[in-house]
Design a protein around this ligand. Structure first.
Ligand code: R1P
Ligand code: URA
Length: 335
């Protein structure tokens, strides 16, 4: 179900794009990643069992130095996003929304010993930054998924709350991703492991996407829609921008590419969704990607809206996720 939203003015019918496991050369099909009977987070790495200690280097946490079940065992929602400030703001926002006791000062960065990523916890909600791009989020996800596993967390929902460039939609719209696609519009992520290209599916949880769209019915201030999200390796040439330090293509070629992307059902472009979908899918974590669009790439390349406007845009996915969490916790009182 793609291109679907609650207000007909933004409605569009998009082509089907089922996940594929085909790839260029030397492809290995990946196994599924969880014990289906219970919903514990299971890592898929037999080597971990023989390790005396697991040091999550980039989070500055370790199984011998920290009691993971005590610190994180109650986590049910994990929200991730590129910027440390945004993820701190989200933790403070959700703390207030859920009516938890304790002041803002009580919510401290759990990864304060490193400046790679930041992490905040309030009740069952964990908020973590992942930096920009596939390599950065991939490292964070390896360590986060191991953390959830060591903590014996179960029934975890993980959501990326990000920013993106929209295609053919009003800036400030929120896109809930049904399928993350690569620069060739294919629903797959290619991970190079040793000298093998391993192709992984990037399908996200359709029910969770629908649940989020239902939550958006309660927010009338901005359009929310479901669509495909394109994930690229770069912000400038990789997203067809004419304003980078390098550009060897014309405006016509750029627009042709973006219009073809629109026709393929892509409504926004960002830089993490394919690996996020692939890794969460393999570990059977229910995952969603919810990104606000900062501009319409059919009209411009530069992000020129005032700072306050951009800040307000970034809060939009957070409002949606807050409704979802409150509903799930039985705390939601519709306005
Ligand atoms: O807003 P965040 O989560 O950082 O995500 C988007 O913004 C960054 C580029 O400005 C990329 O990381 C892209 O995916
Ligand atoms: O155009 C944009 C805006 C935000 N993030 C992106 O990756 N691209």
């Amino acid at each position: 179900m793609v291109g679907k939203h609650r207000r007909s003015a933004w409605h569009s019918t998009l082509p089907d794009s089922r996940p594929s496991t085909t790839s260029s050369s030397r492809t290995t099909k990946q196994p599924l990643g969880i014990n289906q009977r219970n919903k514990f987070v299971h890592v898929k790495n037999p080597h971990l069992d023989s390790m005396d200690e697991d040091i999550l280097y980039h989070l500055d946490l370790g199984t011998k130095t920290h009691n993971f079940p005590a610190m994180f065992g109650d986590v049910k929602f994990v929200c991730v996003g590129g910027s440390p400030n945004r993820m701190k703001a989200f933790a403070l926002f959700i703390h207030k929304e859920l009516g938890f006791e304790g002041s803002e000062e009580d919510i401290q960065d759990i990864c304060a010993g490193t400046d790679r990523y930041c992490m905040y916890k309030t009740g069952p909600v964990l908020s973590i930054s992942h930096g920009m791009g596939i390599p950065s989020i991939s490292i964070m996800l390896h360590e986060l998924i191991k953390l959830l596993h060591h903590a014996k967390c179960c029934d975890v929902t993980i959501i990326r709350i990000g920013t993106s460039g929209g295609i053919g939609i009003e800036p400030g719209s929120v896109v809930i991703t049904d399928t993350a696609v690569n620069s060739f519009f294919k629903p797959q992520f290619e991970q190079i492991i040793l000298d093998t290209v391993v192709t992984r599916s990037t399908e996200l949880d359709k029910e969770l996407a629908e649940e989020l769209l239902n939550c958006s019915e309660e927010i009338r201030e901005f359009p929310t829609l479901i669509g495909h999200t394109m994930c690229t390796y770069d912000f400038y040439e990789g997203q067809g921008r004419l304003d980078g330090a390098l550009c060897f293509f014309s405006n016509e070629r750029k627009l042709d590419y973006l219009q073809r992307a629109y026709k393929a059902g892509i409504r926004n472009i960002e830089m993490e969704s394919t690996v996020f979908a692939a890794m969460c899918g393999l570990c059977d974590l229910k995952a969603a990607v919810v990104c606000v669009t900062l501009l319409n790439r059919l009209e411009c390349d530069q992000i020129s809206s005032p700072h306050e406007v951009l800040l307000e845009y970034q809060q939009r996915p957070q409002q949606l996720i807050s409704i979802l969490i409150k509903k799930r916790l039985g705390q939601h009182n519709p306005k």
